[in-house]
Design a protein around this ligand. Structure first.
Ligand code: 5AD
Ligand code: FES
Length: 350
C-alpha cells in the first residue's frame, strides 16, 4: 500500500476498505496530510464553495443522569456547578442570536429529565413560531423513538448524537455498563428514519482508541450516511475518571476531518470548539482541512464557565456578539466567509 495512491483512491471512490483507512491513519506524513487537506478542501468547495455555516449553540442545562468516563458534566462529578436555563432565558438567547444573524439554534444539554418531553416540545414550537426561517437542532442525548418523533412533529429539524466510537468493545471502555452501544446506534437510525437531518460523530484521541477504531468510525459513518458529523479532539477533564489521560492532537483531528470530508463529500462538518481549545488557530485549520460549520456559544456568559465537558474551553468569557465578530474575522483571515443561511444538507429543507 502507498499513501498517495490511497488518498487519490479515496478522493475518487469516497470509500476505502478498513485496512486501507488504517494504513492511512497510521502512515500519513506531513506532506500526505497536506495533500489530504487539499483534496478535502476541493471536495468541500465543489458543494459549498467558501461558505461557512454558523450555528448558535445554547447549552441550557449541565445536569446529566449519565456517567460517561470522559465528560465533565457526568452525574457523579460533585465539583460541577449545575445550572438550568428557563424557557424564557433560552428564548432570550434565541432572540439575541436572531439579531446577530443566526438562523440555526442548537439546543444542547445533558440528559436532564427535569424538562419534560412537552416542555421541550413547547420550546421548539415557540422558536419555530417566532422564526419560521430558522432551523432548530436538538442535542439532548438518547431518548425513546416516540419522544424523538414528538419533537420532530413540534418542528425540530435536526438532531446531533455523536456515536462516540463505532466499536462496541471501545464504547464499553468509555462508558459505564448501564449505557448500551446498541441503544445508541439504534437511536441514530431512529432519528434518520423519522426524518431528522442527523449528526453522528466521535472524539479523536480518546483513551484506548486505535487506528482500527477510527477506521471503524469512518466505515460506520459511510453506512449511516449522516447529514452532519461532529469530530473533535478528546480533552481530559480534571474531575473525570479520564483525568490525566493524554489529549487528542491537532494533527490527528485534522487528518480525521479530511478523511470524513472525503468519505462523506456533502456532510456538514463543524470545526469544533474543542479543536479551538487545543490550538489557537484550531478552528481555522479545521476549515482548511475540510470542515464547513462553526458553532459559537449563545448561552448567557454567566453560565458558560459551567458547561465544562473538558478543561480550558475557549470563549467562556465572550459575549455572543464578540464570538460572532471574532469568528467572522477568523474565517475572513483564511479567505472564507460565514453565511447566515439556514445551511441545510445539500439544500434540503422541510
Ligand atoms: N473531550 C472532548 N470532547 C468531549 N465530549 C464530552 N467530553 C469530552 C471531552 N472530555 C464530547 C462528546 C459529546 C459531545 C457533546 O462532547 O463527544 O458527544
Ligand atoms: Fe468566541 Fe472567538 S469565537 S471569542
Amino acid at each position: 500500500m502507498n499513501t498517495i495512491t490511497l488518498i487519490e483512491k479515496l478522493w475518487q471512490d469516497t470509500v476505502l476498505a478498513k485496512e486501507e483507512y488504517v494504513y492511512l491513519i497510521r502512515n500519513c506524513s506531513m506532506e500526505d496530510r497536506e495533500l489530504l487537506a487539499a483534496r478535502a478542501n476541493e471536495v468541500r468547495q465543489s458543494y459549498y464553495g467558501k461558505d461557512v455555516y454558523v450555528r448558535g449553540l445554547i447549552e441550557f442545562t449541565n445536569y446529566c443522569r449519565n456517567n460517561c468516563y470522559y465528560c465533565g458534566i457526568r452525574a457523579e462529578n460533585k465539583n460541577a456547578d449545575r445550572y438550568r436555563l428557563s424557557a424564557e432565558e433560552i428564548l432570550e438567547c434565541v432572540e439575541e442570536g436572531y439579531t446577530l444573524g443566526f438562523r440555526t439554534f442548537v439546543l444542547q444539554g445533558g440528559e436532564d429529565f427535569s424538562y419534560s418531553t412537552e416542555d421541550i416540545g413547547s420550546l421548539i414550537a415557540e422558536i419555530k413560531k417566532r422564526h419560521n426561517d430558522c432551523a432548530v437542532t436538538l442535542s439532548l442525548g438518547e431518548r425513546e423513538r416516540d419522544v424523538y418523533q414528538y419533537w420532530y412533529d413540534c418542528g425540530a429539524d435536526r438532531y446531533l448524537l455523536r456515536h462516540e466510537t463505532a466499536s462496541k468493545e471501545h464504547y464499553e471502555k468509555l462508558h459505564p455498563q448501564n449505557l448500551s452501544f446498541g441503544h445508541r446506534i439504534k437511536c441514530l437510525y431512529n432519528l434518520k428514519e423519522i426524518g431528522y437531518q442527523t449528526g453522528a460523530g466521535f472524539m479523536v484521541g480518546s483513551p484506548f482508541q486505535t487506528a482500527e477504531h477510527l477506521a471503524a468510525d469512518l466505515l460506520f459513518l459511510k453506512e449511516l450516511q449522516p447529514h452532519m458529523a461532529g469530530i473533535g479532539p478528546f480533552i481530559a477533564q480534571k474531575d473525570s475518571p479520564f483525568a490525566g489521560y493524554v489529549d487528542g492532537t491537532l494533527e490527528q483531528t485534522l487528518l480525521m476531518l479530511s478523511l470524513v470530508r472525503l468519505t462523506l463529500p456533502r456532510v456538514l462538518l463543524p470545526s469544533t470548539t474543542a479543536l479551538g481549545t487545543i490550538h489557537p488557530q484550531g478552528r481555522e485549520l479545521g476549515i482548511l482541512a475540510g470542515a464547513n460549520v462553526v458553532m459559537p456559544n449563545l448561552s448567557p456568559v454567566s453560565v458558560r464557565e459551567k458547561y465544562q465537558l473538558y478543561d480550558n474551553k475557549i470563549c467562556t468569557g465572550e459575549e455572543s456578539a464578540q464570538c460572532r465578530q471574532c469568528l467572522d474575522k477568523r474565517m475572513e483571515s483564511i479567505g472564507y466567509h460565514i453565511v447566515t443561511a439556514r445551511g441545510d444538507f445539500a439544500n434540503v429543507s422541510r
